[in-house]
Design a protein around this ligand. Structure first.
Ligand SMILES: [Zn+2]
Length: 250
């Protein structure tokens, strides 16, 4: 659905990105860098309220840059010999990092929207795998699913014991507010920030993850030292959920 709000945000994003590319072309000092593409940049382009959102070279978002940093510095380990279910794989740098795994499954409810080879259709509401994956990755997916608590239980079951789910969702500083697809799209956009979102999460997302049986570690960009955070314009929070070793399929 196209609304004025979306058009304005997209136009602003395009304009500031073009400006940054031009500034670099005329010799401005590129004294920042992107963890997703490894390039030095003169700055990051604005998107919505975030003045330093996107990499002018590869388009990577703050959360994509955060994930690349955590993997590069080995806080997170990609299970190279294992199985990875990568939902909504539109972050190119992470497709490159994950797709070298022995069993890489890129998937979406609507796989035709992606050009990633091997895309499969997966409806998380109906995900029936058990003890199948070493890693489940979904960034900005959980706010789209009708029943997130059912989906969290499905993810838990689909993981092997010791397997991890890396989850990122849009957050605000209030408690989670749930909606449903019965609410008209325009009202969902107003309440949840986007027409196809059915809820807006707060930090209590953590409780829902634990309720599904996971052990949880939260890694927030604000916990990274200020120089590094500024240099790569990092933002966002990763919910790193682990299915305990010794557990059986839930
Ligand atoms: Zn980049």
């Amino acid at each position: 659905m196209i609304t004025f709000q979306r058009v304005a945000k997209a136009a602003g994003k395009h304009l500031t990105r073009t400006m940054l590319v031009l500034r670099k072309a005329i010799g401005a000092r590129a004294n920042r860098a992107c963890t997703a593409c490894g390039q030095s940049v003169v700055g990051f382009f604005r998107y919505g309220d975030n003045a330093e959102w996107g990499c002018p070279n590869c388009g990577a978002s703050p959360r994509e840059r955060l994930m690349n940093l955590l993997i590069a510095e080995k806080t997170l380990t990609v299970p190279e010999q294992g199985a990875i279910l990568h939902m909504a794989p539109n972050e190119g740098s992470l497709v490159r990092r994950f797709s070298t795994a022995a069993d890489y499954v890129p998937a979406d409810l609507d796989p035709a929207r992606y050009s990633v080879p091997g895309m499969r259709r997966v409806d998380l509401m109906a995900l029936a795998d058990a003890d199948r994956y070493d890693l489940f990755y979904a960034s900005h997916v959980m706010e789209h699913v009708p029943d997130d608590q059912a989906v969290l239980r499905n993810i838990y079951r689909a993981l092997k014991p010791g397997g991890e789910a890396w989850l990122i969702v849009p957050l605000w500083d209030k408690p989670t507010e749930d909606g449903s697809f019965d609410i008209p799209p325009r009202e969902r956009e107003r309440r949840f920030g986007q027409w196809d979102h059915v809820r807006q999460y707060g930090l209590d997302f953590a409780d829902r993850i634990r309720d599904a049986g996971f052990q949880l570690e939260e890694i927030d960009a604000s916990g990274i030292d200020a120089d590094t955070r500024h240099f790569f314009a990092l933002d966002d929070r990763l919910f790193r959920a682990r299915k305990p070793v010794g557990s059986t399929a839930g």
